[in-house]
Design a protein around this ligand. Structure first.
Ligand code: SF4
Length: 410
């Protein structure tokens, strides 16, 4: 077993990192006259979402012309929707506010580059039954709804989510479940959408029970951004219902440390207390989290919320997302600054979902410098180079080959 704690130079937390890691409440902001019971009621939050330009202009007079024009057109692409709770995290004085960039439409969403696609992960072409994506051998993506608590402007599924572009997503649960039941190779089902936690406890319980009744389904997962957009939904009743279906994992989606508020930490704590392993999937976004310190604060703060940073995605080539994308070079630089420089549990896997349906491809900084028949030359996080000997023929090796150089000792 390797138990190692090592520090890199310049890894002491600076004041900016510490400030980013502080937990704050979203506060009441414009809704200070709303009763506690309404504010903490997830259905009230949904009913009072910001969904129109008129509401947005009233609440945020600092809307820029690009945002105003983008919002005007959003109802034919991806709807505008922001919960009051999440809206309070926006800094109206900062045009580059990382929260604002994720949920307020901009006119750039109507600019489409030739390589951008409406279905960048090729889900529709791997869909044997509407609402079911079978791209990997032993697992399926089970899309249950096209609705979310708030809408992310870079959403990979914006072709169907919110139905603004008229995709008309109508899942047929019986057909989806029948396909899973008749394919014994499917051992893992990921419920996603849209956001499955928008369903009532009863509806979700019905679906999970039907899945659990299929003997070859070993493992259930839910992909959700509700704990971030609407932590009020993570009620004790929901957690008690979910815990009946173990092994059940939940993947959340947070991109910036400011999204991890005291409310979110409490909701995630309730899920963790129900025995649900939690992972986080982030999307690398320009002026949101394409910054080493922001990403380090995010992954460390996730551990404080009992969430394992799982994936960082290079932003998919979704139509109208160029203004939110950042370079792969930047992504590799961030990963290099995390690996070895912070807790291994805090380091996510950086991936590109290969355009057109190739699946997730891991992208790593170069740690293997060369590989010969009898040695591997590796570089560690401090840039030091080492050799690791191995036998040419795979048999146990007891003495070095003649040209072997002993590894540098740390
Ligand atoms: S919560 Fe997920 S599915 Fe919904 S808009 Fe955001 S990225 Fe898309």
């Amino acid at each position: 077993m390797h138990d190692a704690i090592s520090a890199g130079e310049g890894d002491e937390p600076g004041p900016r990192l510490n400030a980013l890691k502080e937990f704050h409440s979203s506060g009441r902001g414009f809704w200070k006259n709303v009763s506690d019971s309404d504010w903490n009621d997830w259905r009230w939050q949904l009913k009072n979402r910001i969904t129109s330009l008129a509401q947005l202009e009233r609440l945020m007079p600092t809307l820029t012309p690009e945002e105003r024009a983008g919002t005007e057109l959003s109802n034919s692409k991806l709807a505008l929707g922001i919960t009051p709770y999440f809206f309070n995290l926006i800094d109206p004085a900062d045009e580059l506010c990382p929260i604002r960039r994720q949920v307020i439409p901009r006119i750039e969403e109507t600019h489409t580059a030739p390589w951008e696609l409406s279905d960048p992960c090729g889900e529709d072409s791997h869909s044997p039954v509407p609402g079911l994506v079978h791209r990997y051998p032993d697992r399926v993506l089970f899309l249950v709804t096209d609705r979310c608590a708030s809408y992310c402007r870079y959403c990979t599924r914006s072709r169907l989510v919110s139905n603004a572009s008229g995709y008309d997503f109508h899942p047929d649960f019986d057909r989806q479940l029948e396909y899973i039941a008749s394919h014994p190779e499917i051992r893992d089902v990921l419920l996603s959408g849209g956001d499955p936690l928008l369903f009532s406890d009863e509806k979700l319980e019905y679906l999970l029970s039907r899945l659990r009744a299929i003997r070859h389904v070993e493992f259930l997962r839910i992909g959700t951004r509700i704990p971030i957009f609407l932590p009020q939904r993570i009620t004790p009743e929901l957690c008690a219902m979910l815990r009946q279906f173990h092994p059940l994992f939940i993947s959340i989606h947070a991109n910036h440390p400011r999204e991890l508020t005291t409310e979110v930490r409490a909701g995630l704590g309730r899920l963790a207390d129900a025995g649900i392993p939690l992972g986080n999937q982030s999307v690398l976004l320009r002026h949101v989290n394409d910054d080493v310190e922001v990403m380090k604060a995010l992954v460390q703060k996730l551990l404080l919320c009992r969430v394992k940073p799982y994936y960082v995605y290079q932003c998919d080539l979704i139509s109208g997302s160029a203004h939110l994308r950042t370079s792969v070079r930047k992504g590799v630089e961030i990963m290099k600054a995390l690996r070895g420089h912070t807790t291994g549990y805090a380091v996510p896997q950086y991936v590109i979902d290969a355009p057109g349906g190739g699946g997730k491809v891991p992208i790593n900084p170069e740690y293997v410098l060369s590989r010969n028949a009898d040695r591997v030359v590796i570089r560690n996080f401090e840039g030091k180079v080492f050799e690791y000997p191995e036998a040419r023929d795979g048999r146990p090796m007891f003495k070095p080959s003649e040209d072997f150089c002993p590894p540098e000792l740390v």
